[in-house]
Design a protein around this ligand. Structure first.
Ligand code: DCP
Ligand code: CA
Length: 429
């Protein structure tokens, strides 16, 4: 399967061209793109740490937080003491008990974690202008121009630890990718800055699939070509990678060299009015097609509603999947006819998701509409489409008065109360 491919649309401007424009734009706001600085703030063993914060007697012990039904539960988060026994996120409960009989297992209390997450994110958003919430316990902050990033990060780290009683690690780098890797290698309770000129020395030895966004499968494909480490990616000729992997080949090399590429760039802030999107983390990782459809409809409704509120319609759909193993995949396509109803967004999003989905548990889905134009319903709508349009406007009207999702489509009945931790990325609400 050709996952993550960029589909060329039928419009005169293909999506590749669109992406090129987009990438240039996201860098052009910066006079010297080489000198950007990002900080990744990532909580250590987040769910466990939230429990330890309220039950300090658990500190220093092997502790796991369990999600899923009793019998089929998995450990979603495990303390660093528990990791010494080989327990990882995703380890089934029975296996965790085998590996470490004295492990303390606590059922997940998602509301508590969401609350602590939101409080931390609020603090960051108050302190910094450019904050990008990346997951329930991670945020990137653009601190370009900051004279002493390490001093600033030390302050942030001690404030969060003191105030929210959750340990964390901060990575600093010239791109989000490098900030993330700096963070990964200094966990737990760490702080590390990697400057552009230090990438090779500090990260050159790492395996290619240590780069966020390069999964094991791509890692194997690269290794088959003799490319094992980040240093090897520096050396290999870009054209060779593009011949083998398409545009993604270029992204792999860019990321190794310290540039944000691929899905990191696509998720960049600064998209206002170029696209409207929304992403949401599942309450638990899922492979269930029905659950995926339900959440995609939910996201389509969110996106559609904002489109209509801003009196916009779009020509393109972009979907993004983040898997439990932190790899991600995205696909986009432009269409000849514009659209703005929830059901049109949903149909297209599902169509694209089906093209890239590859059976791994999914943690997050994002849906965005791009190629925006002022909304002008086509005159030649079929009766069926007209019904959709009328339904959307009727639902919007009621929900505008009584609150989001007061009236919802049948499929969305029973969807858990909005899991409010991943706000839309840099896009008008
Ligand atoms: N999570 C989950 N299911 C997974 C992985 C993670 O529900 N398969 C939840 C529990 C984690 C939280 O998301 O606490 C954050 O995920 P991380 O990958 O950041 O893991 P931790 O914060 O637990 O550990 P680390 O210290 O490695 O960041
Ligand atoms: Ca974490």
């Amino acid at each position: 399967m050709n996952s993550g491919r960029i589909e060329l649309g039928t419009d005169s401007m293909g999506i590749c061209e669109y992406l090129d424009n987009f990438q240039q734009e996201s860098f052009s706001s910066d006079k010297n793109p080489k000198s950007r600085t990002f900080m990744l703030i990532d909580m250590d063993a987040f769910f466990v740490s939230c429990e330890v914060a309220v039950r300090p007697e658990l500190k220093g012990k092997p502790v796991g937080v369990v999600t899923g039904a009793q019998r089929h539960g998995v450990v979603a988060s495990v303390s660093y003491e528990g990791r010494k026994y080989g327990i990882k996120a995703g380890t089934p409960v029975y296996k965790a008990k085998d590996l470490c009989p004295e492990i303390i297992l606590i059922p997940a209390d998602i509301a508590k974690y969401a609350y602590i997450s939101e409080s931390i994110m609020e603090y960051l958003k108050e302190k910094f202008k450019k904050v990008e919430v990346f997951s329930i316990d991670e945020a990137f902050v653009d601190i370009t121009g900051e004279k002493d990033p390490l001093k600033l990060a030390t302050e942030v780290k001690s404030y969060i630890k003191r105030t929210f009683r959750v340990p964390l690690t901060i990575g600093i780098g010239p791109s989000r990718v490098i900030a993330k890797m700096a963070c990964e290698i200094s966990k737990p309770d760490g702080l590390m800055q990697i400057k552009a000129e230090e990438i090779l020395q500090k990260l050159g030895h790492l395996e290619v699939d240590e780069i966020p966004g390069i999964g094991q499968r791509t890692g194997d494909a690269l290794r088959n070509m003799g490319i094992r480490t980040i240093r090897d990616l520096w050396v290999i000729d870009e054209d060779t990678l593009i011949r083998r992997f398409g545009i993604r080949g270029k992204w792999y090399k860019d990321m190794a060299m310290g540039k944000d590429a691929g899905f990191f760039t696509l998720l960049d802030q600064g998209l206002p009015l170029k696209s409207i999107g929304h992403s949401e983390t599942f309450p638990r990782d899922t492979m269930d097609p029905e659950e995926i459809k339900t959440y995609t409809l939910y996201l389509s409704e969110k996106v559609g509603r904002r489109l209509r509120k801003h009196e916009l319609m779009g020509y393109g759909i972009w979907v993004y999947l983040r898997y439990a193993d932190f790899t991600g995949d995205s696909i986009s396509r432009k269409f000849t006819k514009p659209f703005f109803t929830t059901s049109e967004i949903y149909r297209r999003a599902i169509f694209l998701i089906q093209k890239i989905i590859d059976g791994k548990p999914i943690r997050l889905i994002g849906v965005a509409v791009f190629g925006l134009k002022p909304l002008k319903p086509q005159l030649s709508l079929f009766e069926e489409d007209l019904r959709d349009v009328r339904l959307d406007f009727a639902l919007d009207k009621i929900n505008d008065i009584y609150g989001d999702f007061t009236v919802r489509r049948a499929r969305l009945v029973g969807i858990p109360a909005v899991h409010h931790v991943i706000p839309p990325r840099g896009i008008p609400r």
